[in-house]
Design a protein around this ligand. Structure first.
Ligand SMILES: *[C@@H]1O[C@H](CO)[C@@H](O)[C@H](O)[C@H]1NC(C)=O
Length: 326
């Protein structure tokens, strides 16, 4: 039990060092020194994660790891928070298994309960923290088996070439998939549409020619810098996504704005595409002069072969005119 506690303590120190802002006091600096004893790639990964403001936000929001050490006691019994820790000789990543403090208590399967053996091996290769699985920069060529409880999956800058039907099957709590910077050229049509809680899909910098069907729960879609032409996006693909706020499709070969755009949309980026035409009904409603699309704050059409001066009535319902050539 003593070793277990010290492993936990070490894990927490590591985490605290990882999540601490680099500008903090001496004590934090000392902890940073400690983490440098880790193998180089772990440290690099931790540093990389720390630099992404989105990750920092999520860690802070969901984990509040950067709290007093007192928290140790409450981490394990709840079974809701797990730590990835390291052996005392700093050689191998090791998962600290769920261990009820009261031996008589019913065993609650944790994030990596016995039933998710495959997920467990994924967590040796990747980093699992609470419901998040981080496989950035691990050279993986296919989506690994994920624990059922996964909420956030990151596999940025790898060698993924496709996403198959079964890759995310049954992951009913998955909210975010981020596979930015891979070589994905195809996603099976039904690989994502049945994920009931998916809200964020990050596919930027891949080689997609076709966007698969997505669940209506989407809030944010980023398929920038792919090879999408307008025939690669289904007709009315975004129409029923009543929560969609961010649609990023920059750097593709789109010939027109994908319509209709849901009312919830706040930002659409179509920079550097091949849009040649918009009309009075693209963003607005020619039949209703009082209509205002108040949520849509940002439209980027710069880098398209279109002169926006030619359609002055296309923006009358918008809070701001689009960016582009006038
Ligand atoms: C766009 O069209 C307007 C009016 O036809 C013209 O005055 C303007 O120079 C054009 N702008 C560009 C960037 O071609």
């Amino acid at each position: 039990m003593k070793t277990f506690a010290s492993v936990l303590l070490l894990g927490l120190l590591i985490l605290e060092a990882v999540f601490a802002a680099p500008t903090k006091n001496e004590e934090k600096a000392k902890k940073f020194k400690q983490i440098q004893l880790l193998p180089d790639d772990h440290f690099a990964e931790a540093e990389f994660l720390n630099q992404d403001p989105r990750n920092v936000y999520e860690y802070e929001d969901e984990l509040t790891i950067n709290e007093p050490l007192i928290e140790i006691g409450s981490l394990t019994p709840s079974g809701s928070r797990e730590l990835v820790s390291y052996d005392s000789d700093y050689e191998e990543e090791e998962y600290v298994p769920y261990e009820p403090l009261d031996p008589g208590a019913p065993s609650v399967p944790g994030f990596l309960g016995p039933e998710s053996k495959e997920g467990l091996s994924t967590c040796l290769m990747c980093t699992c923290l609470s419901g998040s699985v981080y496989c950035d920069d691990t050279d993986i060529k296919s989506i690994p088996a994920l624990p059922k409880e996964t909420t956030h999956f990151y596999a940025r800058f790898n060698k993924l070439t496709n996403i198959k039907k079964g890759d995310f099957a049954g992951l009913n709590h998955l909210k975010r998939i981020d596979v930015t910077g891979n070589r994905i050229s195809s996603i099976d049509e039904d690989a994502l549409r049945q994920l009931p809680e998916l809200v964020d899909l990050m596919l930027a910098s891949n080689e997609l020619v076709q966007l698969p069907e997505l669940p209506k729960t989407m809030v944010s879609i980023d398929a920038s810098y792919n090879k999408l032409h307008s025939n690669g996006i289904k007709k009315e693909a975004f129409k029923d996504m009543n929560n969609l706020e961010y649609l990023y499709l920059a750097g593709n070969g789109l010939n027109y704005v994908p319509l209709p755009l849901p009312e919830s949309l706040r930002s659409i980026n179509l920079q550097n595409n091949n849009v040649q035409q918009i009309d009075d009904d693209t963003f607005c409603n020619s039949k209703d002069i009082h209509y205002i699309r108040k949520a849509l704050e940002l439209i980027r059409l710069d880098g398209n072969p279109i002169n926006l001066s030619k359609t002055p009535h296309a923006y009358i319902c918008l809070p701001h005119v689009p960016y582009g050539n006038y």
